[in-house]
Design a protein around this ligand. Structure first.
Ligand code: ZN
Ligand code: ZN
Length: 444
């Protein structure tokens, strides 16, 4: 017995030591990721927690040696979560694992009750006759599959982004979707929806994949389904948010700068480790590494954007505020899976620059793609405004949508070795672009 206990204690010690060895003291990326998720935690757009995250970010970036560390405030239309509950009431009672979507309509405290109309796809919902959902609750299924490049999120994410407004337009009193996720856990995936162009907001939630499977099975059996839906959260105008911007000044401040972005806010179910504390950790550590042997030629600016999750408010506010010349933008907002591909949006004159980047990344097993680079939500408005060159370091997203916007988005899901690979790839790119003396431009 005593020997067994000793063996257990010893193996626990070894495991703890191994974890420590993988994320050593002084690892800037890990310290940002661990600090933000542990000391601040969930960071909903416009919340008190997001405000604390800005204070945390400002102090950390100054301590890391960044210059011009600035909080740039703006106000947003936010969503304040309430009580999220859903239960089948027919053909049998069953409590569902549900989360409200951002900007969901609000139910009374006792919820709403109605007949469920099942739609296998978003297109099936679109094809439903006008008025056919009056007094009913729409359920929208879909078939998103896991993919290395996460490409299912564009089309299938539309179920969440656009489905509720379409159901509202046909008279539905509420809508429930299958979570936009690839896991099989009873974790619902939250995320924003939109009721644009005069669509009346209706209560909108997502149920976990196993619960969606259950609803689909009952629907196939032909038995009528009824649902009680209680989502008491509220859309709220004028909540305070902001960006945190910081520079590593270059040797020639007159040269257009290099912008690297991530977002500071997160959903509230987990602690926003993969979305997107990891991104802030990666870009910031890489920016510092790029200056490790002295100042780079160009200024590298980090943008820790606020309120990305409810509609990219931070990226829009940044572009509206800044007129100083930028050359190139990059963003990290896809977790901490290893970088496996690089893509460029860059002018023909900069082909040698792109070639140099691809050559530097090649020994890491990173392949050159043939697609366009888009940056991401936080830097896209600036890319548009100044027609910037863009480099995308595409990460392995095979498991990203198992965790995305769920209670499982926590620090333990990040592999320190994967995080370090990201930092190494970003460092290679930033060293090259921040020391490029000639003009850098997007394709005309
Ligand atoms: Zn994100
Ligand atoms: Zn997100």
């Amino acid at each position: 017995m005593r020997n067994t206990l000793r063996a257990v204690a010893l193996s626990a010690l070894i495991a703890a030591h191994a974890a420590h060895a993988q994320a050593p003291e002084g690892d800037v990326a890990w310290s940002i990721l661990a600090g933000l998720t542990s000391e601040v935690g969930p960071r909903m757009p416009g919340s008190e927690a997001e405000a604390r995250a800005r204070v945390w970010a400002e102090a950390r970036l100054k301590a890391l040696g960044f210059s011009n560390v600035t909080v740039e405030p703006f106000a947003i239309r936010g969503y304040v979560r309430g009580r999220d509950e859903a239960s089948l009431t027919a053909p049998f009672p069953f409590k569902l694992a549900v989360t409200a979507l951002g900007y969901s309509g609000t139910t009374p405290e006792k919820g709403i009750e109605g007949e469920v109309v099942y739609f296998a796809t978003l297109d099936a919902l679109k094809a439903a006759p006008a008025g056919s959902l009056i007094g009913k609750i729409a359920f929208i299924d879909h078939a998103m599959k896991r993919a290395q490049d996460g490409s299912g999120y564009g089309p299938y994410g539309q179920v969440r982004r656009a489905g509720p407004a379409i159901a509202s337009g046909k008279g539905a009193i509420g809508v429930v979707i299958r979570s936009i996720g690839t896991d099989s856990h009873r974790n619902p995936h939250t995320g924003g929806t939109t009721f644009a162009d005069g669509a009346k907001p209706i209560p909108a939630g997502a149920v976990s994949n196993p619960d969606a499977d259950l609803i689909a099975r009952i629907a196939r059996s032909g038995k009528p389904i009824r649902l009680n839906l209680t989502l008491t959260g509220k859309t709220t105008e004028g909540l305070p948010s902001g960006n945190v911007v910081a520079d590593l000044p270059g040797r020639d401040p007159s040269l257009p700068l290099i912008l690297v972005g991530c977002h500071l806010d997160s959903w509230d179910l987990g602690t926003g480790a993969i979305d997107d504390a990891a991104g802030c950790a990666i870009i910031t550590a890489a920016a510092l590494n790029a200056q490790a042997s002295g100042k780079a030629l160009r200024t590298i600016r980090v943008l820790w954007a606020g309120s990305e999750e409810l509609g990219g408010f931070g990226g829009k506010a940044y572009a509206a505020k800044h007129a100083e010349p930028h050359a190139l933008a990059m963003e990290s907002d896809f977790g901490a899976g290893q970088v496996w591909r690089v893509n460029f949006t860059i002018g023909d004159a900069n082909k040698p620059l792109a070639d140099r980047i691809a050559t530097a990344l090649s020994p890491m097993g990173i392949v050159r793609g043939s697609g366009k680079a888009n940056g991401g939500t936080d830097v896209e408005p600036m890319i548009e405004k100044q027609k910037l060159a863009v480099v995308d370091l595409d990460q392995d997203g095979t498991h990203y949508f198992d965790l995305h916007h769920t209670p499982d988005d926590t620090l333990d899901k990040v592999d320190p070795a994967d995080l370090a690979q990201n930092v190494a790839a970003w460092t290679e790119v930033l060293k090259i672009v921040a020391n490029e003396a000639g003009p850098i431009a997007a394709a005309p």
